[in-house]
Design a protein around this ligand. Structure first.
Ligand code: SAH
Ligand code: MG
Length: 198
């Protein structure tokens, strides 16, 4: 398992796959343990790095992860198999904005780590699948420290994307349904917990 993780880290470097930072996944794994998380939905599998580490955090955890890129999906399947996690991780090859999950599915944790300009859309679409007082964690909320610094960005596309992340942060801050905390860990994480129903 340890060897597989190291190999995935090397593959990510060699192939420019943006896997999560070590400190961030360590934070999420601790969160999973402390909150007795059982069912996880991940949006953006890439090669399965974060899904595999989340699945390894406790005995009882089940992960469903969605990936739209075929090469990465295939690589993810391969890695899940190598780690012997076929029973713990379900890899779905589809665009998360097009997928229709069965209405009765419920997740204690939803991890958003896909196209950064779509964070709000993923949040709005998937919050309905959250269990009572469930949590949505989003990665790359700082986006290489560019969030809050769009004046320094020259590329139009990049600027647009970073603006979307800034809008997402505002969306979370003003969202009365969820309590969100922002963490300066790795590339920045947000943790949004659904409030108790009154
Ligand atoms: N969570 C992974 C990294 C994911 S990188 C890890 O930390 O190990 C982001 C991935 O999201 C990319 O592989 C990209 O193809 C995928 N992605 C982007 N938009 C998507 C969408 N709408 N549906 C499914 N996957 C998407
Ligand atoms: Mg990420």
């Amino acid at each position: 398992m340890k060897q597989q993780i190291l190999e995935m880290e090397q593959y990510a470097v060699d192939n420019n796959v943006p896997i999560i930072e070590k400190k961030s996944i360590a934070f999420i794994m601790k969160y999973i343990k402390e909150h007795d998380i059982r069912n996880i939905l991940e949006i953006g599998s890439a090669i399965g790095y974060s899904a595999i580490l989340m699945a390894s955090s406790t005995e009882n955890v089940q992960v469903t992860t969605i990936e739209r890129d075929e090469v990465r999906y295939m690589e993810c399947l391969k890695n899940v198999k190598k780690c012997g996690f076929e029973k713990k991780i379900n890899v779905v090859f589809q665009d998360a904005l097009e997928l229709n999950l069965s209405e009765d599915l419920e997740y204690d944790l939803i991890f958003i780590d896909a196209a950064k300009s779509q964070d709000t859309r993923f949040f709005e679409k998937y919050k309905h699948f959250l269990s009572k007082n469930g949590t949505i964690i989003t990665d790359n909320i700082k986006f290489h420290d560019l969030v809050g610094n769009t004046d320094k960005i020259e590329s139009k596309n990049l600027k647009g994307m970073v603006r979307k992340i800034e809008e997402y942060i505002e969306f979370l801050k003003s969202n009365t349904e969820f309590d969100t905390k922002f963490y300066d860990i790795g590339d920045g994480l947000s943790v949004s917990v659904r409030k108790e129903e009154k």
